[in-house]
Design a binder for this molecule. Sequence first.
Ligand code: SAM
Length: 209
Amino acid sequence: MQRSVGEPDNFYAVPELADHYDADNAGRPDLPFYLRLAGRIAARRVVDIGSGTGLLCRSLAARGHEVIGVEPQLTMLDIARRQPGASAVTWVHGTAGDLPAGWAELAVMTGHVAQYFLDDEAWRLVLTQSRRSLRPGGHLAFEIRNASLEEWRRWASDEPGATSAGTVRADVHREGDLVTHTDHWVQHRREWTTRETLRFPSWDDVTRG
Ligand SMILES: C[S@@+](CC[C@H](N)C(=O)[O-])C[C@H]1O[C@@H](n2cnc3c(N)ncnc32)[C@H](O)[C@@H]1O
């Protein structure tokens, strides 16, 4: 059996895990919200920050919006580029700072991307970069999970649970508004450990940026 050694991996950098992202994210309720929003404000151009496998980008492009998806993980970007309809989207390997200035009417961060900015400084920077990518009067839309629900309590598990990427068992550690989950994956005869930290900021922290 293959075991990961050294530091845990980033889930989004492991092709064997990331390949299952779309299957595990089928039927998500947040994406229709962003599609409706882009239509309602008649956004001609949309930038998707942390676009992952491009689930939203491709749906936006299919509805006639011009779309740039920017994503730092090459593994996710490679999956995005292979999907049907991907050629209608401009893909950028990078972060919000790599977006063209004054381009979009709407910038979005979907799938809790806004929670990867782990302190006020990082949050302020991505807000500044997002704003720079927008035309005057443009909109930024994102969601952050409600910290008061303490959903990380449900992530920790003593027993492995089934996902389309294999089974996973999670250890969870919370320190202030930062929650780190370390996930132990088994897929057929292979194993990986991945880790990520998400910030669960207060509403004041979000709006102070
Ligand atoms: C949970 S996935 C969401 C992907 C996509 N937005 C969606 O809704 O399906 C989080 C994504 O954020 C990306 N990400 C992490 N840190 C980031 C950063 N600093 N800037 C932009 N994207 C980031 C990850 O590589 C990953 O693809």
